[in-house]
Design a protein around this ligand. Structure first.
Ligand code: NAD
Length: 356
């Protein structure tokens, strides 16, 4: 089969980790007889330097014309002087909006080979961890009405949390569909004891749940969830939540697994279209040193194969190879402990490609 992939390397370590994902995808196309047609696109600081804009029109059009987007990372101190809406990171919000990426999937998987990187006690994570956070990405308080007004207590600022049933239904369906392929458990996180928008969220999720009788639905308040994630993380399978709560919870869940250099993500639209990127940023402190861990980006490419192209076996082959390379003792410095074979970004990419 032929698939069109838009590649956005971005800034800092972005191009370095993308290079390794490219290598791994090339190995997959050769081994399984697929054709990946790549288009390189500019976004972030690299786009500002070339075109003056962080998200050129051609990039949006190129992304829309592809089956999926694979992105490295954007941003860096070079562009820190720019005002908020002209900064490289603005390209991410623009891409989410333009591509209607309403569901953000962040798996927090603890590789047993990296057990020492988990800050929790052994008994809390015995047998490993595999949590999937499904976060609503294009609604809620980050996109609601905002502004300033005068009050008798002085100037006030406001940001409105608003969700429609349509927005809740479409992201809830993604979470339930994912749960059907996993342990069939959804924990919907809200603040329904205080917020009206959360009460509608809870009611609507319960309606969607009726379409999935095999999936167990639990509701949990956000404050309790932040505690439960460190107290008893193994109780979670799929966590479904709003934009702002998901922003916080997905970082907390990922921290439990150890290094940021291991964490992939997917942002999905309707149909199978998606944008795939590592959770980490452009890491300017290590850019150009060969120390960047490419595994988060390589695992993002694996998610792309699974969720957008439906190539589960190929996706699994990448995950298996990552685990194999870890078992062989190879590590980038961010995840290395005494006795490990410390390797460069390129070496890790080579090993993962070779072991597929
Ligand atoms: P960061 O994720 O880039 O780095 C945080 C720390 O983690 C650094 O010490 C870095 O060296 C390390 N790190 C990150 N990725 C790594 C990897 N793959 N391998 C090894 N170590 C890794 O976050 P930051 O320092 O807060 O931000 C740096 C720049 O990236 C900023 O301009 C920020 O706005 C941008 N950013 C972009 C994205 C994105 O493109 N999605 C996300 C977050 C931050």
């Amino acid at each position: 089969m032929k698939y069109k992939i838009a590649i956005i390397p971005g800034d800092g370590i972005g191009p370095e980790v993308i290079n390794e994902a490219h290598k791994v995808l090339n190995r997959i196309q050769k081994k399984y007889g697929h054709t990946f047609e790549y288009t390189d696109l500019l976004a972030g600081g690299a786009a500002i330097d070339t075109t003056g804009k962080c998200l050129p029109k051609e990039t949006v059009e190129g992304a829309k014309g592809s089956d999926a987007v694979l992105l490295g990372a954007v941003g860096g101190p070079k562009w820190d002087y720019l005002p908020g809406d002209e900064r490289p990171e603005r390209a991410l919000l623009g891409l989410r909006k333009e591509l209607a990426l309403f569901a953000n999937l962040r798996p927090a998987i603890m590789f047993h080979q990296l057990r020492d990187a988990c800050p929790l006690k052994e008994e809390k994570v015995k047998g490993g961890l595999d949590i999937l956070v499904v976060r609503e990405l294009t609604g809620g308080i980050y996109f609601g009405e905002k502004g300033y007004k005068q009050t008798d207590m002085g100037e006030a600022a406001f940001d409105v949390e608003q969700y429609s049933t349509g927005e809740i239904i479409r992201v809830a369906k993604v979470a339930f569909d994912m749960a059907m392929k996993r342990d069939k458990k959804v924990t919907s996180v809200d603040k329904a004891n205080v917020l009206e928008s959360s009460r509608l969220w809870r009611k609507t999720v319960a309606q969607v749940a009726q379409e999935y009788p095999q999936v167990e639905l639990n509701n949990m308040y956000i404050d309790n969830t932040t505690m439960q994630l460190v107290y008893n993380p193994k109780q979670f399978d799929v966590i479904l939540t709003s934009n702002i709560f998901g922003d916080i919870l997905s970082d907390e869940a990922s921290m439990i697994t150890g290094s940021i250099g291991m964490l992939p993500s997917a942002s999905l639209s309707t149909g199978n279209f998606g944008m795939y990127e590592p959770v980490h940023g452009s890491a300017p402190d290590i850019a150009g040193t060969g120390k960047a861990n490419p595994m988060a980006t390589i695992l993002s490419a694996a998610m792309m194969l699974k969720y957008t192209f439906g190539l589960s076996e190929e996706s699994q082959a990448i995950e298996t190879s990552v685990k194999k390379v870890l078992s062989m003792g190879y590590r980038t410095p961010d995840i290395a402990v005494a006795g490990d074979k410390v390797a460069t970004t390129t070496k890790i990419g080579d090993l993962i490609a070779e072991n597929i």
